[in-house]
Design a protein around this ligand. Structure first.
Ligand SMILES: C[S@@+](CC[C@H](N)C(=O)[O-])C[C@H]1O[C@@H](n2cnc3c(N)ncnc32)[C@H](O)[C@@H]1O
Length: 209
């Protein structure tokens, strides 16, 4: 899907234009944010995600940061590396898909209570197409939670992300969610970065039909 015309030309270009599958071929069993930032995100998930719900963890790896004591009916994972996703103890099933090639998700309409995208939104070249898909697979009143810090793989982050600071990233993700048709949007600073990695979330809800 072409990007809307309200973005500058080349906003979604990357320094490394080789296939993303090459970059993610090797598993990375690391965490991309520090323990305090992870704990803050897990607390938010504990508050926001319904126990017994059906959750989609988009752009996942070997960790999902879900509260370990909460049971969900199903957690579906998605990512780029089979070994990472196979090692993720929170997932009931997973699929591999390059969202920069194919933004359409192989999932039914109105299937999910929540969709998560953790420290990964900066790698999407068609973020509005992907987030529109998140809206499609969410149930009415369902929630997407996009979280991010101030780190990235710089060769793989899109140009517009690299051009902005933390506040700009919050505005950018809010804009993506608006353009993807989310009904209500709310941003939160989970950690301000003074004593740990900063952690920001932008959440969007689908309309109650
Ligand atoms: C920094 S990792 C974050 C992983 C995980 N969400 C976490 O919290 O640790 C970035 C992730 O973005 C995903 N990703 C990057 N490029 C992608 C693409 N073209 N299509 C689909 N997923 C992609 C991969 O799953 C990769 O593991």
């Amino acid at each position: 899907m072409p990007q809307p015309s309200d973005f500058p030309a080349n906003a979604f270009r990357k320094w490394d234009v080789t296939d993303d599958a090459l970059f993610y071929e090797q598993p990375r069993f690391v965490t991309h944010i520090d323990d305090a930032a992870i704990a803050a995100l897990t607390d938010l998930y504990r508050e926001m995600l319904p126990a017994g719900g059906v959750i989609l963890d988009l752009m996942s790896s070997w960790v999902s940061h879900l509260p370990p004591e909460v049971s969900y009916t199903e957690v579906v994972g998605h990512g780029m590396n089979t070994a990472e996703l196979a090692a993720n103890p929170g997932l009931n099933r997973y699929f591999i898909q390059d969202l920069n090639k194919t933004p359409k998700l192989p999932l039914a309409d109105d299937a999910m209570d929540a969709v998560l995208i953790c420290v990964s939104i900066q790698y999407l070249e068609q973020p509005i197409a992907v987030l529109s898909e998140a809206a499609r697979v969410l149930k009415p009143g369902g929630c997407v939670i996009v979280s991010f810090s101030n780190r990235c793989f710089p060769t793989k982050a899109v140009a517009i992300w690299q051009a902005l600071d933390d506040a700009g990233h919050v505005d950018l993700v809010s804009h993506y969610l608006t353009r993807a048709g989310f009904d209500r949007i709310e941003a939160k600073v989970l950690r301000d970065g003074s004593v740990s990695d900063p952690m920001f979330v932008v959440m969007g809800w689908t309309a109650d039909r």
